[in-house]
Every structure is written in structure tokens, then in C-alpha cells.
Design a protein around this ligand. Structure first.
Ligand code: IMP
Ligand code: MG
Length: 179
């Protein structure tokens, strides 16, 4: 059990399971992108650990860029998605793979996709470490999802609660203490 600010969390996904799930999606990606040189677009801050572990499994040529596109405060999604900042490279005719920590409502991704299309991307796919299918509010095609989880708030392995808890190698789920 760990405590972050006012909340208790208990371990729910161990590091070795995370590692195995990442290796499994990397294998699919290695097959799909064998002769391509895509641009991985990792969405900060949450995806920094996932991105670092994912690329070490990739056998195809690729570039990686980090950009910021955050919509989350505390444990509830605000529903408001802000601008994408930091994508300063030309993506015209590039194959893009968005690298995301978690897809919750899907609003962040559904706002990002048309922006990348407008900038002339040839193809766009999503690689996410985690996804909460029950919370998805938009129609989203997620080609590479490492782990599906229930509709609970989690931290660790890059994910935060109010900026804290990103450093844990395992993933922790909030303990529902009759809020
Ligand atoms: P969406 O736009 O609702 O899909 O929100 C996606 C973003 O919300 C993710 O990139 C995370 O930064 C954040 N998020 C969603 N669920 C969680 C969670 O359980 N823990 C920490 N951050 C989360
Ligand atoms: Mg995020």
C-alpha cells in the first residue's frame, strides 16, 4: 500500500506483467512497420517511461518526438483538451505512431488525430500502455493497447496523481475508501 496526498493505492499490475505486455505489442509493431520509418509521437508527461521501455523492443527504424497535450487534473478528467505543444517537426507524409500512457474518455486522442491529419500525416496509429474501455466516450481505433483495465484511477509507471507517483515500477489502483 502507498499513500499519495489524501489517497491510498494498492498494487494492481506488477512490473513484469507490464514488461511482457509491452513486449507483445512491440512484436506486432515490429511486424507492421518492418520496412517503414515512422515517427513516434510520445505524449508527455505520462508516457515517458512507457516510451523509453517500448522503443528498446523496436527493431524497425524510427524517430521519436515528445509533445505535450494534457487534459487531466486530479482524478477526474476535465473534459477540456488543451493545445498540442512541442511538435516542431514536419510530419507531411510521415507514418505516425502516437505513444500514450492511458486512454480514458478518448477525448485527448480524438482531438489530436485531426490535427495530425491536417498536418499531412500519411498514417496515424495509437500505441497506448493502458486503456479503460468502459470509459471510452468516442469512437477510437486503438491498434496497439498493451493492457486493458477497469474504470479505476491508477498511478505509477509514469502515471501520476496530482503530479506525484510517476516513479513506481508497478501500477497502483486507488483504494475506494468511501469518498
Ligand atoms: P482522456 O482524454 O480522457 O482519454 O484522458 C487521457 C489522459 O488522462 C491520459 O493521458 C492521462 O494523462 C490521464 N489519465 C486518465 N486516466 C488516468 C489515471 O487513471 N491515472 C492517471 N492519469 C490518468
Ligand atoms: Mg497523458
Amino acid at each position: 500500500m502507498i499513500r499519495i496526498k489524501d489517497l491510498d493505492f494498492e498494487i494492481s499490475i506488477r512490473h513484469n506483467e507490464i514488461e511482457e505486455s509491452i513486449a507483445a505489442i512491440a512484436e506486432k509493431m515490429n511486424h507492421d512497420y518492418e520496412d517503414k520509418c515512422p515517427l513516434l509521437l510520445a505524449i508527455l508527461n505520462g508516457s515517458f517511461i512507457f516510451a523509453a521501455d517500448l522503443v528498446r523492443h523496436l527493431t524497425f527504424e524510427h524517430e521519436i518526438q515528445f509533445a505535450k497535450f494534457s487534459s487531466y487534473q486530479g482524478t477526474e478528467s476535465t473534459g477540456k483538451v488543451k493545445e498540442l505543444i512541442g511538435l516542431n517537426v514536419d510530419i507531411l507524409d510521415r507514418d505516425i505512431i502516437i505513444v500514450e500512457d492511458i486512454i480514458d474518455t478518448g477525448k485527448t486522442m480524438s482531438t489530436l488525430l485531426p490535427k495530425l491529419k491536417e498536418r499531412g500525416a500519411r498514417s496515424i496509429e495509437i500505441a497506448t500502455l493502458l486503456m479503460k474501455p468502459e470509459k471510452l466516450m468516442v469512437d477510437l481505433d486503438v491498434k496497439y493497447c498493451a493492457i486493458e483495465i477497469p474504470n479505476d484511477f491508477i498511478v505509477g509507471y509514469g502515471l501520476d496523481y496530482d503530479g506525484l507517483g510517476r516513479q513506481y515500477p508497478d501500477i497502483y489502483t486507488v483504494v475506494d475508501n468511501k469518498k
